[in-house]
Design a protein around this ligand. Structure first.
Ligand SMILES: Nc1ncnc2c1ncn2[C@@H]1O[C@H](COP(=O)(O)OP(=O)(O)OP(=O)(O)O)[C@@H](O)[C@H]1O
Length: 686
């Protein structure tokens, strides 16, 4: 009955959408040069595109709401990715998921009696009568699930639809979750942009997904002030960027730059001579060695610290003082511009300017002063000669004020600080050199204020440093950040932070909001429980993930005894293929192990791929990859190979690596070992 009714409504809405679509499609296309008409044509194309999308999947949910202030009966709202009005009546046909009233759909858990939302005219109170999820595929209604009906107790407790969605197999891209955003996620997505939002979330809690939905929300709700082309997303590597690349277009958002800190920094420095040591090359030795033998240069650690930032700042200040003139400027005998006046400009008029701007402003003011001074000569020729001589003197007066590249200034500063060992060799930079270089660039050359970011997202922020973040803060309007990560996955701890306070300290209490999410949506109950037990081996216990109750197969921990690994991997892939798993990962401890297994098995599975830090694409299917590359990704089924004690000795790095590896699995997790399994894999109850 319900299904039939919803099918009827769908047909009615689709008929109306079709009329709008045909009208837009049949408008003559504009090919001319007139800018205003080109903008109109652009808008027409966009509208045609989203009406076409809306015809395929106009909405995904419905709720019935009784507004206490209105006498009329309850109203029905259908929620979709784009809001669409009925052109004949002017009434809302489909409510945009980002609209204030749509927040009722997400925030309502079924237990509240009265609900409210913040409308532009103030708080609106009322009650929900019905909350329904609908799946429409290729314009056909395929599923209708009620998670709340007033006066009825539902057998599923309201979670049926979420569990159905989580149980689906995934392809090679992260997807939008507009149909099933949960209450706590909704709060983060809709948090106003005047505060920096920091999110500590367990593996699989939807941090990345939430951050991307937040961008779509901010662009909708604050469209007058925030622009997509002034937003930026920082993610750890190109594979990850490729993996998340579909979510924003699915949400109808384009134009947001998505990059890594290293790529952005190199682009900003605009020095073609500079190169960065590839992350794979840099991180490989770190991950391929045991922690005991690993040596992290003290300079690497220093270069990301607040202390190093202060040293660079003081050094820049000193260089500036040394290079700016300290004597009066004499244009010709008797025409003296006093240094005291110049110092006054520096301390007052130019105080907030970069060194280069100070130079340019000093030069142009002194030129103007010369223009005035030469007027004391009545003879034109004398005037011209005096001006020529004065300009010559001005050039040599300002010569000390060097126009060096940030790299040369950096080398100079490191020398002055007696950190010769920390000087990057021949323009070959480490990731830690980028923050000081950007710092120098900003101090010396400044930034065009119109290029400041409207909003910055930092994913896997536990691997970011205080220094990097503090620089981005100076490049961002207000405090408009979304910073997300998980300290338990901080496997690059030599690059990142140990505690969120390191970032929070950058803001005053009222300028930032901190959220913790512990519910995990990615994996089955069994995988989450297993992964949580791994974390008990950390001295500083993090928050454990709370599973959404989606049960699956037990985690397999297999001792190979007489079977070799190659055979075991082959059999595992075949079994998973028979279970119709679409994405599979064979995760090893090191890149060379992944290469070894891939090389021996690729003839059997020609569509499989080897993934490394410097790869830029993830195509789904079967992937062979080292654990540190798997961070941020997810797979239907995961096989962790060589989980032996010697590969994962009991220490924080191995614990976090195994935690990351296990939490990549959505539905199925198998772990194999040849000799003694790692102590970290507490196999009780599995
Ligand atoms: N409300 C939700 N409804 C449906 N799926 C969800 C929801 N929240 C998260 N997910 C799913 O959970 C998985 C994990 O999401 P995501 O990758 O954003 O988490 P994460 O916290 O960034 O993970 P990690 O830190 O482990 O990389 C994804 O498949 C995502 O689609």
């Amino acid at each position: 009955m319900t299904f039939k009714y919803e099918e009827k409504i769908l047909n009615q809405i689709q008929d109306k959408l079709m009329v709008q679509y045909e009208a837009v499609k049949n408008k003559p296309i504009y090919y001319g040069d007139d800018f205003n008409l080109q903008v109109l044509e652009d808008n027409r194309k966009k509208r045609e595109h989203y009406l076409q999308k809306a015809l395929e999947e106009p909405y995904f949910g419905r709720f019935d709401f009784q507004n206490f202030e209105q006498e009329s009966n309850k109203e029905t709202y259908y929620i979709g990715k784009q809001g669409i009005n009925d052109e004949q009546t002017g009434h809302l046909l489909i409510t945009d998921w980002r609209a204030p009233i749509a927040s009722l759909f997400y925030a309502f858990s079924g237990s509240e009696e009265d609900v409210y939302y913040q409308s532009p005219d103030g708080l609106v109170e009322g009650e929900i009568h019905l909350k329904r999820n609908l799946i429409i595929r290729n314009s056909e209604l395929t599923r209708s699930v009620d998670s709340f009906v007033k006066g009825q107790t539902l057998k599923s407790g309201g979670d049926e639809f979420l569990l159905y969605k989580l149980g689906e197999q995934k392809d090679n891209r992260l997807r939008d979750i507009v149909a099933t955003i949960q209450g706590e996620q909704n709060n983060i997505i809709r948090h106003p942009p005047h505060q920096a939002v920091l999110i500590q979330g367990v593996a699989g809690s939807g941090k990345t997904t939430v951050a991307l939905h937040r961008l779509a929300y901010l662009l909708y709700e604050y469209r007058e002030t925030l622009k997509a082309n002034r937003m930026i997303i920082f993610a750890p590597n190109a594979v990850f960027l490729d993996y998340i690349s579909q979510v924003l277009p699915e949400l109808g958002v384009g134009d947001i730059k998505q990059t890594t800190f290293a790529d952005w920094a190199l682009e900003t420095l605009q020095d073609p001579k500079l190169n960065i040591i590839p992350l794979a090359q840099k991180r490989k030795p770190f991950f391929e060695m045991n922690e005991e033998t690993k040596e992290v240069s003290s300079f690497e650690t220093d270069k990301k610290s607040p202390h190093f930032k202060k040293q660079i700042e003081d050094a820049l200040d000193l260089l500036e003082k040394r290079w700016i003139p300290t004597e009066d400027f004499e244009a010709w005998p008797g025409a003296v511009f006093p240094i005291t006046q110049l110092m006054y400009w520096f301390e007052h008029d130019f105080q907030k300017d970069s060194v280069l701007t100070k130079y340019e402003r000093t030069k142009s003011r002194l030129k103007r002063w010369i223009e005035i001074e030469v007027k004391q000569f009545s003879d034109k020729k004398e005037q011209q000669q005096a001006k020529k001589d004065a300009m010559q003197r001005l050039r040599s007066y300002l010569r000390k004020w060097k126009k060096e590249t940030p790299y040369h200034l950096y080398v100079q500063i490191l020398k002055n600080l007696k950190f010769e060992k920390a000087i990057p060799e021949k323009n070959q930079l480490d990731i830690e050199d980028l923050a000081p270089l950007i710092h120098i660039q900003l101090y010396w050359y400044g930034i065009d204020k119109t290029k400041k970011f409207d909003h910055v997202v930092i994913d896997e922020a536990q691997d970011f440093s205080y220094y990097q973040l503090s620089l981005l803060k100076s490049l961002t309007r207000g405090h408009s950040f979304t910073i997300l990560g998980d300290l338990a996955q901080g496997i690059h701890s030599n690059e990142g932070i140990e505690h969120w306070d390191e970032f929070i300290s950058l803001w005053q209490a009222h300028q930032c909001a901190y959220f913790e999410i512990t519910k995990s949506y990615r994996s089955t109950y069994e995988i989450i429980e297993f992964s949580n037990r791994i974390l008990t081996h950390l001295e500083k216990k993090p928050s454990f993930a709370e599973p959404v109750f989606r049960s699956g197969e037990p985690v397999q921990l297999n001792h190979l005894k007489n079977e070799d690994s190659i055979n075991a991997i082959k059999n595992w892939i075949k079994t998973m293929q028979s279970k119709e798993m679409r994405t599979m990962a064979i995760i090893s401890r090191t890149q060379s192990d992944s290469e070894k297994y891939y090389e021996q098995l690729k003839h059997l599975f020609p569509k499989s791929a080897l993934l490394g830090t410097d790869d830029s694409q993830y195509n789904g299917g079967i992937s062979f990859l080292p654990v540190y590359v798997s961070k941020g990704l997810e797979f239907d089924a995961v096989l962790i190979v060589d989980a032996d004690q010697k590969n994962y000795p009991l220490n924080p790095l191995s614990t976090k690596l195994l935690y990351v590896a296990c939490t990549r699995a959505l539905h199925h997790l198998t772990i194999i070992h040849q000799d003694n399994p790692s102590f970290i894999l507490n196999d009780e109850d599995c």
